[in-house]
Write a protein that binds this ligand. Structure first.
Ligand SMILES: Nc1ncnc2c1ncn2[C@@H]1O[C@H](COP(=O)(O)OP(=O)(O)OP(=O)(O)O)[C@@H](O)[C@H]1O
Ligand SMILES: [Mg+2]
Length: 458
């Protein structure tokens, strides 16, 4: 295990020396500062795991240091050193988030106990905050019963028990990240971290140091050691999103890590063993990405041990309305609106829209719709204009007539039914603007007026 870094803050050199000897005895790595200001500087340059600070010091005292750290959202555990006369101040410090205090003169056992307790507590808190953030995004959030999604659930279950690398393919917004998280959550690695990194969002050289980490001094600007994502995900899962956007050379280095299960931080010769599961995702067709030199073929075969292909939303017709209702409920609750369902007409549009942005687009659309409807029934007019423009109802009508051939007795009656519907929709869409509706239907305003009367639509 990596040595923990402890920072001792005290204006008396002798006191620092005593603590240093004790902490080195416990195999900690020790840093020193002679007042609060210098200590703040050290926390900026080094990855400090614990601070032991005196209370009274020139420049910035112990309490001031603690307050400044917390103001910067630095949650590093802090132990206060105090003499009998100042215990009260140390207790105040604990109200400001100090972990503990130790009394002078120091006893080795007391120091050791306080340090171990503080480190353990910090670890639990870190894990808790991680668990809290994970709770929002696990299995529980999957919606959809289509056969396509049923097979996805089965695949997730099958692969989660193994250590295998997984490649998830699917267009934007189809739920690739959701699947990756679900695999992690269902796996024996669930108690360790799920670390996600988007290869498209980070420039190549930075991505390399993000993944591998580096040794202090490895390059200009490497002021302190940095743990990379590979190491961070130890025992857990590393999610490499948009893998085809990773630099070609870096892909070769990734492949080496996957093969050898070892890596070196940049600027270091020490090789570190790692145990992680890799899940990669891409919204490109990997075969095509290989052909265009976006994806290394050898890496592809390494990752492609197990592939999950997410279908487009348009192809999961059965799930569209359930998903829409789920998102409407979710956002209604968020905004404090009631929720009264989706009109039949609006459903037709949802069912026949092409959904280029897939589930994410549906979610955004529903968020907007509930705001526009104010919690009332979602009508076509609450949907974006582009979806209202689609020829959806015609397609719907086509489908209806397909199944009607047997039962059609009266052609005119059916044509009229369809005509009435299309006119009603055009009026809804244009908020009863007759001129616009007529234009959309490509008929004269006069004949629209006539039909409105005929079908009692006004
Ligand atoms: N089956 C589903 N049930 C519920 N929510 C879903 C489902 N699929 C996707 N979502 C939601 O849709 C949004 C997009 O999903 P996600 O981020 O996993 O997509 P993605 O495939 O990674 O997209 P991109 O390629 O754009 O990164 C998320 O908010 C996710 O929670
Ligand atoms: Mg994604």
């Amino acid at each position: 295990m990596k040595q923990k870094n402890i920072l001792i803050v005290d204006d008396e050199a002798k006191m620092r020396r005593i603590l240093e000897i004790m902490l080195q005895q416990m195999e900690f790595n020790v840093f020193q500062a002679e007042d609060g200001l210098k200590a703040l500087q050290v926390t900026q340059d080094e990855q400090i795991d614990l601070i032991i600070t005196d209370l009274q010091m020139p420049n910035l005292d112990g309490l001031g240091l603690l307050k400044q750290l917390r103001a910067k959202s630095n949650a590093v555990p802090v132990i206060m050193v105090t003499a009998h006369g100042t215990v009260e101040t140390a207790v105040t410090a604990m109200q400001y988030g100090a972990s503990d205090y130790i009394l002078r003169p120091f006893e080795l056992e007391a120091v050791e106990a306080a340090v171990q307790r503080a480190l353990k507590l910090a670890k639990i808190e870190q894990e808790n905050s991680y668990l809290r953030s994970e709770l929002d995004s696990g299995w529980g959030e999957f919606i959809g019963n289509s056969s396509a999604m049923q097979s996805i659930y089965t695949l997730i279950q099958q692969v989660s028990a193994t250590k295998t690398s997984v490649l998830i393919q699917g267009e934007t917004g189809t739920g690739k990240e959701l699947v990756a998280r679900a695999i992690h959550r269902a796996s024996p690695r669930r108690d360790k971290l799920f670390v996600a990194i988007n290869c498209a969002a980070i420039p190549a050289d930075i991505l390399e140091s993000e993944l591998f980490g580096y040794q202090k001094g490895a390059f200009t600007g490497a002021h302190k050691d940095k743990v990379g994502k590979f190491e961070l995900a130890e025992g857990g899962t590393l999610f490499l999103d948009e893998i085809t956007e990773m630099d070609f050379n870096l892909q070769a280095k990734l492949l080496r890590v996957l093969q050898e299960r070892r890596l070196e931080r940049l600027g270091s010769n020490t090789s570190i063993a790692i145990d992680i599961r890799i899940i990669a995702a891409s919204n490109r067709d990997p075969k095509q990405a290989i052909a265009t030199q976006k994806l290394r073929e050898d890496l592809y075969y390494r990752l492609n041990v197990f592939t999950i292909e997410l279908p487009n939303l348009h192809a999961r017709e059965q799930d569209i309305i359930i998903l829409a209702e789920h998102f409407l409920q979710k956002h209604a609750q968020e905004f404090g609106f009631p929720y009264s369902g989706i009109s039949t007409d609006a459903k037709q549009f949802l069912l026949h829209y092409a959904w280029p942005g897939n589930v994410r687009e549906l979610e955004n659309m529903m968020e907007r719709a509930i705001v526009l409807s104010g919690g009332r029934l979602i009508e076509t007019s609450h949907l974006p204009f582009n979806i209202q423009q689609e020829k959806a109802p015609l397609v719907a009508a086509d489908k209806q007539t397909e199944n009607l051939t047997d039962s059609v007795q009266d052609l005119n009656a059916h044509v009229e039914q369809l005509e009435r519907r299309l006119i009603k929709q055009a009026l809804d869409k244009t908020q009863n603007n007759k001129a616009k509706a007529a234009q959309q239907l490509n008929i004269s305003e006069r004949s629209l007026w006539y039909k409105i009367k005929k079908y009692a639509l006004s």
